[in-house]
Each structure stands twice: as structure tokens, then as C-alpha cells.
Design a protein around this ligand. Structure first.
Ligand code: PMP
Length: 436
């Protein structure tokens, strides 16, 4: 399969030779790593993209989840094109940021206040600092494997260091203040909250480790809400990938659980760099000059050259308006369900011990059925441990991704895919045929 891929993608190969002398591993984001080299993309539209050699693909990377409306959505593009000639940066307040913040609050009622940042990583960094300031407590509790960005504290217990030791380059003092719990284990959370009064917040990816690969039961979210309230701990939803995607109001509205703090990125800025934290007014008051001065307390300092950038704000307003008004979340989720069913029908018919599963507009592929018994037509991820769900052989994943690219489908590296509202019957058919 590798020789087929190489024969088909000479332009990507040549670009990679240059990139390798510029970037570590020749890439600019860890999840873009692929052997023998990643695809170099030249343009994209709706659910499709074309590499620099002109090969066409059904895209399942979806801008790492940012593109619920697909590539180059006409309304989002028009909003950006209208803004750019009027300036790309004012370093001042402007109308689009107010419209953007108001739309977020309209869609997410728990967002009493909003603060814009530039990335999901910055959002969780700021939210955790706010939680420490508000509670006066040093630690936060997180779930093993959940992704909250790459900053120091978030790195402890993501892919490794589940024992709160420090990843290379991270200060031990930071790692010691991260408490890592297994997902879906309410008894363990209660035990930790009952015995450690230094925990400021519990942070969770509300659909489970990266968008449902290791699913979280909605019931567990309700239990977290009860436990955190009972123990005086803040509940923080990391909705960087689920926000405006699981529903227009994110997972919190879909599951009916109001967190105290929320981190948002990806869809919120309509495919541009942009992010936010939202939550209770009395917590975000630690960013407020007047409130903190009136009570004689210290303010959390927060800057950011590109916070609420006007082009990102224009894209965000256009995207959130369209998501509110057009049923985009439901369409993407329905298409993802068709893809999961279509893939499982192929696996069952071909006798391949693989399964597709997932929630909302995601699909995940479980490729470890040679070692664990599975029925593709009746695959229940809750029957497997997080380690088992994460146990795909990286060599098989790489080969599958290359093979699917040779058939015109670019899977996300989980492996699996993020589906947009522009994916439709043609993409479902092409994907199932490629898998067969
Ligand atoms: N949290 C979650 C749940 C995410 O999915 C991501 C990005 N994949 C992040 C945080 C980090 O966001 P960013 O890449 O914008 O820093």
C-alpha cells in the first residue's frame, strides 16, 4: 500500500523532503504524523479536499474538528471577505466581538460571561487559573486520556503520566497538583473529592476521551455535577471539540448539565483561530477590573494579541448563526451514523474483526478484534476498558490510512473521522466503497 501511496502523491513527497529540513519530523502538529509522509493539501471545499497532485479525497479531518460547516462555507467565507479590507486587527473593541459573545450566550445559557482566547489550549489554561483563584485551592482532577491542550498542567495524564509524575519539561510542582482519575468511575471521584480538600475543579471532555473514542456516559456527567456541588468544587466542561457540534449549545445543552466553566475553540471561530472561556459571572469576575478593585482583591491578568480578532469574530458570527438556524449539527450527526452503519455492514460481510462506533458527528474505528471478540453489528464500547479501546496497532492504523487515501478517503488518525454538515449520501457511499 505504501508504494501505491508514494506513486500517487509525488508532490506531497517532494514537499515533505523540504519540510523535514525545517520542522521536527517534517510536521507542524503531532497528529499530522504519518509514514512515509503526510498528505500535502492544495485546496478544499465542503466535504472534499485535493492534494498538491490534484487527487481528490473525502475529508474526515475537518480542520481538527473546527469545520462543522465543511471547508470554505460560502457564508463564513463572505463574512471574512467583508471584514478583511476593513482591517484585520484593531487592537480595540469592535462590534463583531460583541455579536460573537452574544451568540455564544444565546446558544449556551451557562455562559453568563465570555472571554476570548486564541486556542483551546489557552482556554483551558485560563479556566484552570480562574478555578484556582476562585476556590483558593491548587489542584484539579482530570480523567486519564482526556485531552485539554498541550500546556504544562494539561499534559499530565493525557497520553501518559497517569500517576501525576511530570512529563519531560514540566515542573514536578505542576504535575503534583494534577489528580488523575479513571473515566466513568464515580466512586473514585467521590473518594478523591472526599479525601482531598485541595481540589479546585474537575475538568472533563463531556463525550469522553477525544470526542467519544473512550465514551463518557451522560449519566456520569450528571453525577459529576452532583458530586462537585456537594464538595464545593467547580465543574468545568472542555467543549473545545463538542461545543456547537453535539448540539448548537454543545454537550452541556444536549445532556442538560450546566458546568461552572467551559472552554470553547474550533467550531466557535468558524474555521479561523479563535477560542473562549465561558461560565459563571462570579468566577469570571476575577478578570474584571471594577469588581476586583471594589472588593480590594487581585485581578487575574489576561492579554493576547489576537484575542477576539475581527476576522475570526466575523467567521465565528457567521458560523454560529448558520449552526443556530440550519440544523447543521443534526445533519452532521445523522450522516456520521450512516457512515458507522455502512462501515460495520462491510466489516460484517467481509468477516473482518473491526468495528465503527461513536457519538454525534464522529466515528471511531476499533481494529483490535483479532485479540478481543467483537461483533461489528453489535459493538458496545462500554464493554471494553479504556486501554482496550486505545489498543489499535499503530502499524495497522498507518496502513489503513494509506489504503483509504489510495481509495480517495482521508481518515483522521484516531483512526476515524469528524463529519461535517456538508458530508452527504455521495460521501457515505464513497467511504463505504473505499473501506470495502
Ligand atoms: N481540548 C479538547 C477537548 C480538544 O479537542 C482540543 C484540540 N483537539 C484542545 C483542548 C486543544 O485545543 P487547541 O488545539 O485549540 O489548543
Amino acid at each position: 500500500v505504501e508504494s501505491r501511496f508514494v506513486a500517487m502523491t509525488p508532490g506531497s513527497g517532494r514537499l515533505f523532503e523540504q519540510a523535514r529540513s525545517l520542522f521536527p519530523s517534517g510536521i507542524t502538529h503531532d497528529s499530522r504524523h504519518l509514514a512515509p509522509y503526510p498528505l500535502a493539501v492544495g485546496r478544499a471545499s465542503g466535504p472534499r479536499k485535493w492534494d498538491v497532485d490534484g487527487n481528490e479525497y473525502v475529508d474526515y479531518i475537518g480542520g481538527h474538528g473546527a469545520l462543522l460547516l465543511g471547508h470554505a462555507d460560502p457564508d463564513v467565507t463572505a463574512a471574512m471577505m467583508a471584514q478583511i479590507p476593513n482591517g484585520t486587527h484593531y487592537g480595540s473593541s469592535h462590534p463583531a466581538e460583541v455579536a460573537w459573545g452574544a451568540l455564544i450566550r444565546e446558544l449556551m445559557p451557562a455562559a453568563e460571561r465570555v472571554r476570548f482566547t486564541n486556542s483551546g489550549t489557552e482556554a483551558t489554561l485560563l479556566a484552570l487559573r480562574l478555578a484556582r483563584a476562585y476556590t483558593g485551592k491548587p489542584r484539579f482532577l482530570r480523567f486519564a486520556g482526556h485531552f485539554h491542550g498541550w500546556h504544562d498542567a494539561a499534559s499530565v495524564g493525557h497520553l501518559s503520566h497517569f500517576d501525576s509524575t511530570s512529563p519531560i519539561g514540566v515542573l514536578p510542582g505542576i504535575a503534583q497538583n494534577v489528580v488523575v482519575a479513571p473515566p466513568n468511575d464515580a466512586a473514585r471521584v467521590e473518594e478523591l473529592l472526599a479525601t482531598d480538600d485541595g481540589i479546585a475543579a474537575v475538568i472533563v471532555e463531556p463525550t469522553g476521551q477525544t470526542f467519544g473514542r473512550v465514551p463518557i456516559a451522560p449519566e456520569f456527567l450528571r453525577t459529576l455535577r452532583e458530586l462537585t456541588t456537594r464538595y464545593g468544587v467547580l465543574l468545568m466542561f472542555d467543549e473545545v471539540i463538542t461545543g456547537f457540534r453535539v448540539s448548537p449549545g454543545g454537550a452541556q445543552v444536549a445532556f442538560g448539565v450546566d458546568p461552572d466553566l467551559t472552554s470553547l475553540a474550533k467550531v466557535v471561530a468558524g474555521g479561523m483561530p479563535g477560542a473562549a472561556i465561558t461560565g459563571r459571572k462570579d468566577i469570571l469576575d476575577f478578570l474584571d477590573f471594577e469588581v476586583t478593585a471594589a472588593r480590594g482583591g487581585e485581578k487575574i491578568r489576561h492579554q493576547g494579541t489576537f484575542n477576539a480578532n475581527p476576522v475570526a469574530a466575523a467567521a465565528g458570527v457567521a458560523a454560529l448563526t448558520k449552526i443556530r438556524d440550519t440544523g447543521a449539527c443534526e445533519r452532521a450527526s445523522a450522516t456520521a451514523a450512516e457512515i458507522r452503519d455502512g462501515l460495520n455492514a462491510v466489516f460484517a460481510a467481509e468477516g473482518v474483526p473491526w468495528a465503527a462506533y461513536g457519538t454525534s458527528s464522529a466515528f471511531h474505528l476499533f481494529l483490535n478484534g483479532r485479540n478481543l471478540p467483537i461483533d461489528p453489528l453489535d459493538f458496545e464500547p462500554a464493554a471494553y476498558s479504556p486501554d482496550e479501546l486505545r489498543s489499535n496497532d499503530p502499524g495497522v492504523v498507518n496502513a489503513l490510512r494509506l489504503a483509504m487515501m489510495c481509495e480517495g478517503v482521508d481518515l483522521a488518525g484516531w483512526p476515524g473521522g469528524i463529519v461535517s454538515a456538508t458530508h452527504g449520501p455521495a460521501e457515505v457511499t464513497a467511504t463505504v466503497a473505499a473501506a470495502r
